[in-house]
Design a protein around this ligand. Structure first.
Ligand SMILES: [Ca+2]
Length: 210
C-alpha cells in the first residue's frame, strides 16, 4: 500500500509529502516500486505510440486543427513530465473552459491555467469515447464544483469525495456522472494519471507534446 502511496504522490507532484517505507519492507517496496515504474513506462510507451485522433465531438466548423492543443470543455489533460529516481511523476486535470482547467494540487482542488502546451515539458490531451460533448462538459462542471476541497493524501481511497488527488478527481468526474471507469489495473489500488488514457477503447488521444 505504501508503494502505491509513493507512486501516486509522485504522480501528483507532492512526492516529498509521501510516507517513507519502513526499513523492514524496503526490499519488497523497492521491488514493487520497480514493478510500478515498469508498468508506468509501458503506459508511456503506449501513449507515445498511439495514433492521434480527430476530436470528433467538436463541430467541424469550430474544430481546432488536427493534433492541436485542446480547448474543449471536458477534455482530459495528463502529463508524465520527468522521473524522480524510479518513480515517475505526473499530473492530470480536466479542461473547464478555453483558458482554464480544474485540478487537484497539494493545496486542494483549484482552477488552473489551460496552458500545458507551454507550462509542462510533456503533455497529452484525451477525450472519452463513450460520452457526448455535453456529457464531457457536465463532468468538467462537476469537477469545478469540487473546488475548495482539500488534497487527498490517502491515494488508495478513491471512494472519498471530501478530498481529491489529481487523477482521482478526473476519474471521479466520469465515474460518478456516467459510470465510465477510466481506471485500470496497471497500477493497482489507485488511479495514476496515465491510466486515464491507457485504454484505447475508453479514451482517444487528441494531443501529444512529446
Ligand atoms: Ca489503477
Amino acid at each position: 500500500m505504501r508503494t502505491v502511496l509513493a507512486i501516486v504522490a509522485s504522480a501528483c507532484a507532492v512526492a516529498l509529502l509521501a510516507p517513507m517505507p519502513a526499513l523492514a519492507e524496503t526490499t519488497t517496496s523497492r521491488q514493487q516500486v520497480a514493478a510500478d515504474g515498469s508498468a508506468t513506462q509501458a503506459m508511456i510507451d503506449r501513449a507515445n505510440a498511439r495514433e492521434i485522433e480527430v476530436d470528433h465531438k467538436t463541430p467541424i466548423t469550430t474544430r481546432s486543427p488536427y493534433g492541436s492543443y485542446p480547448r474543449r470543455k471536458g477534455v482530459i489533460l495528463v502529463t508524465r513530465d520527468k522521473y524522480r529516481d524510479l518513480i515517475p511523476t505526473g499530473h492530470a486535470a480536466i479542461i473547464h473552459s478555453r483558458n482554464y482547467v480544474v485540478e487537484a494540487l497539494g493545496h486542494g482542488v483549484v482552477r488552473g491555467d489551460n496552458n500545458w502546451y507551454q507550462s509542462k515539458t510533456q503533455a497529452y490531451g484525451a477525450g472519452v469515447r463513450a460520452t457526448s460533448a455535453a456529457q464531457d462538459a457536465k463532468a468538467a462542471d462537476w469537477a469545478y464544483l469540487q473546488r475548495g476541497k482539500p488534497y487527498n493524501y490517502n491515494y488508495v481511497d478513491m471512494r472519498t469525495r471530501s478530498s481529491f488527488y489529481c487523477s482521482q478527481l478526473v476519474w471521479a468526474a466520469f465515474w460518478d456522472n456516467f459510470r465510465i471507469n477510466l481506471d485500470t489495473t496497471k497500477i493497482p489500488g489507485a488511479v495514476h494519471p496515465l491510466e486515464l488514457l491507457d485504454d484505447p477503447s475508453k479514451a482517444y488521444l487528441i494531443y501529444r507534446k512529446k
